[in-house]
Design a protein around this ligand. Sequence first.
Ligand code: SF4
Length: 169
Amino acid sequence: MRTITATHVKYYHVCHRKLWLFDRDLWMEHTSEAVAGGELLHQTAYPQRAERYKEVSIGGSKIDFYDPHRRVIHEIKTSQKLEESHIAQLKYYLWLLEEAGVEGPTALLEYPKLRQTLAVALTPADRADIPQWLTRIQQLQSDNTPCPPTINKPFCRQCSYYEFCYVGE
Ligand code: SF4
């Protein structure tokens, strides 16, 4: 069985084709300016953060900034586009922490450029939904599953797979 990471969960909520391509190691993110900008923001938005918080590896995923005393994950994003997928990623981290025995973890989704923060917590509905996400992701990882179709959304133009998906159209 292939590993499921938080990136799989995030892509599951963006585009199943993106998840399918990523899972098969067709990795193009390093060519994306948006991703490069996000990495720069991570390094510069809160310069003292790396000293204050812990990096946690769990279930094949890596939480960059975790406050173990308050049991709070801090996740930085550049924009609120695709916010649903950001929230799903955080809920998956929270679920992993709970599965590991951490009681009542919560998360803050931070947008430094917008000066906005969104609190994220697991609900009973999330605890029921997340295993279903994982089952569906495993199905998409199966060698028998063909590449899902393109989705033709406005955000496709910012996707690192854009040229791969739409070249020749
Ligand atoms: S360009 Fe659009 S269809 Fe292609 S992988 Fe990205 S989000 Fe999916």
